[in-house]
Design a protein around this ligand. Structure first.
Ligand SMILES: Nc1ncnc2c1ncn2[C@@H]1O[C@H](COP(=O)(O)OP(=O)(O)OP(=O)(O)O)[C@@H](O)[C@H]1O
Ligand SMILES: [Mg+2]
Length: 525
């Protein structure tokens, strides 16, 4: 039997274990609030980390930060945890902390995590900005234009500059790329403002996240670059803990208030993983496990096309060795096409007050492989806290018989890390200094601004020349000013476009690849 993670013991007396070589068959953790989903996520994360598998998870309530701290005998629930461990035959129950990297899109509670506009791609960006299909079409044109002209789209400033440019030159652009109307561009510009207000400004830009930093294993987690600047996590960990997968925790308490940014960001991360990782077939253990908390946000009013994409990404990412676990209150929040791919299931208690809730319970209950000793429908409402119906894939990849399972207690702290503790972890992080300061290199905004300036200068020169000629001419005869002015504007435009093209191609060559990416974009077209 392959290696596994001990999840708990069921009422038939059987150990429920998650096989590491089946973790890329994905999973579901569901249950009403306060029933134990987060702790289940915590113990699975611990299991993966201990097995050398890096984990990425979003921390919606802050309580996952406890993974960075060991449990403690002085914790108010210490006795309860011990007796739970004893009840399920967990003899070697010991407290320990996991190696954690804290991330935060807003740079407050962890290292900043950024992506460029190019990496995000027009499809996800359109979703993020709530664009209609026409507007999305124009955004795509903007990307194509940037691509053709080799202008990098890194941050919102770049996108804004490009949209302004498109608006100013919509005639020429419409001719080459398809119809662009001022109205639609203005609508996109307004969405952009909303996005900025939601704090996305900080998220878009560089240094962009390198996926390798999410896939670290303790012991080879040295800093990139010079390698000898200060502490690494290794220094904090005992030797027997070397080889643990690093747990990346994204602060999501604030982020969750921008549900679109939250879900689009996680989706982007998944598609980047898909795109960048090599095929590995069926590995002994996953390369990375990804927990998607509040997963319903991903699907709330998502168009069918997007749901199809998510389904595809989930299916295809398996062979890249990435396991995805969706965490949500109600399994019915997840579309059937996606739900059908989640092989490992942990269902905590559900409540049955309304008819809709009763329906959800029937659906959840019937999704399990039957156990003659259990009436799943009845059990679901009766489950205690930290107890769940569990069915995990067996060695053949078949869902195991469902068991009413007492979930193991965590080794790391139950509850959040304190602010000073978080600070200490951040200070010792293996990615310290790599992302903390934003960089703003030459991209669309700078190129367009420089060109405008150059064009203005050229126009100025032309105007001066005209003035001189005019002065000369005026000596003999007067001339119309309007033609001159008209010609100057034209000239200015031509200079801008020519310059952009030239500069752009240079940059493009330097960059060495097309800038439009994104599996979601690629698959959709
Ligand atoms: N496996 C477990 N071992 C020990 N205690 C547990 C376990 N699972 C849950 N508990 C207890 O139940 C509490 C609530 O669990 P948890 O925070 O995981 O619920 P949740 O389903 O994530 O709730 P919410 O939807 O509100 O986030 C925990 O703080 C802990 O005290
Ligand atoms: Mg929770």
């Amino acid at each position: 039997m392959g290696k596994s993670i001990f999840v708990g013991k069921d009422t038939d007396g059987l150990d429920q274990v998650l096989l590491l070589n089946k973790a890329n068959r994905h999973g579901l953790i569901a249950g009403a609030t306060g029933t134990g989903k987060t702790v289940t996520l915590q113990i699975l994360t611990e299991g993966f980390s201990k097995a050398g598998v890096p984990v990425f998870c979003a921390d919606v309530k802050g309580d996952l930060s406890g993974l960075s701290q060991p449990g403690s005998v002085s914790h108010k629930l210490h006795d309860k945890l011990l007796s739970r461990a004893a009840k399920i035959g967990l003899d070697d129950y010991r407290y320990s902390a996991m190696p954690v990297i804290f991330w935060d899109l807003y740079s407050k509670q962890g290292h900043p995590i950024r992506a460029t506009i190019s990496e995000m791609g027009p499809t996800l960006l359109a979703r993020l900005m709530d664009l209609n299909p026409t507007q999305e079409g124009i955004l795509t044109i903007a990307f194509e234009l940037a691509d053709d002209e080799g202008m990098l789209l890194l941050d919102l400033q770049d996108l804004r500059a490009l949209l302004n440019y498109i608006s100013d030159h919509k005639k020429e652009i419409s001719r080459e790329y398809g119809n662009v109307t001022s109205q639609s561009v203005a609508a996109i510009q307004r969405s952009l403002l909303t996005l900025e207000r939601e704090g996305a400004e900080e998220f878009f830009g560089e240094p962009a996240l390198k996926l390798a930093d999410l896939m670290r294993v303790n012991g080879n987690g040295k800093k990139r670059g010079d390698g000898n600047d200060g502490l690494t996590l290794d220094d904090l960990m005992q030797t027997d803990e070397a080889g643990r997968g690093i747990v990346s925790i994204l602060a999501a308490d604030e982020l969750i208030n921008s549900p679109k940014l939250y879900s689009v960001f996680l989706l982007w991360l998944l598609s980047e993983l898909f795109e960048e990782l090599p095929e590995v077939g069926n590995p002994d253990k996953p390369k990375l496990v990804f927990f998607f908390d509040e997963a319903h946000l991903l699907f709330d009013d998502a168009p069918d096309a997007l749901i199809d994409k998510i389904e595809q990404v989930a299916r295809l990412i398996r062979s890249k060795g990435v396991g995805v676990f969706f965490v949500t209150q109600n399994p019915m929040d997840i579309p059937d096409s996606v739900l059908g791919q989640l092989g490992n299931r942990i269902q905590h208690a559900l409540r049955a007050y309304t008819p809709k809730e009763q329906k959800a319970i029937r659906a959840a209950a019937s999704s399990f492989r039957e156990n003659p000793n259990l009436d799943t429908e009845e059990v679901i409402t009766d489950l205690g806290i930290g107890e769940a119906l569990v069915s995990l894939l067996d060695e053949k990849g078949v869902p195991g018989v469902v068991g009413r399972t007492l979930i193991r207690p965590p080794a790391s702290r139950l509850g959040p890390a304190t602010k000073p503790e978080r600070k200490t972890v951040i200070a010792a992080s293996p990615v310290g200094g790599l992302y903390d300061d934003p960089i703003n290199r030459e991209s669309a905004y700078e190129i367009l601004a420089a060109k405008e300036l150059k064009a203005a200068e050229a126009a100025e020169k032309a105007a001066q020349k005209t003035e001189r000629e005019k002065a000369k001419a005026e000596k003999s005869r007067s001339r119309s000013r309007t033609t001159t002015r008209h010609r100057t504007t034209r000239k200015k435009e031509n200079v801008v476009i020519k310059e952009i093209k030239r500069e752009g191609r240079l940059l493009m060559r330097r960059e060495g690849r097309k800038i439009i990416r994104g599996i979601l974009g690629a698959i959709i077209r």
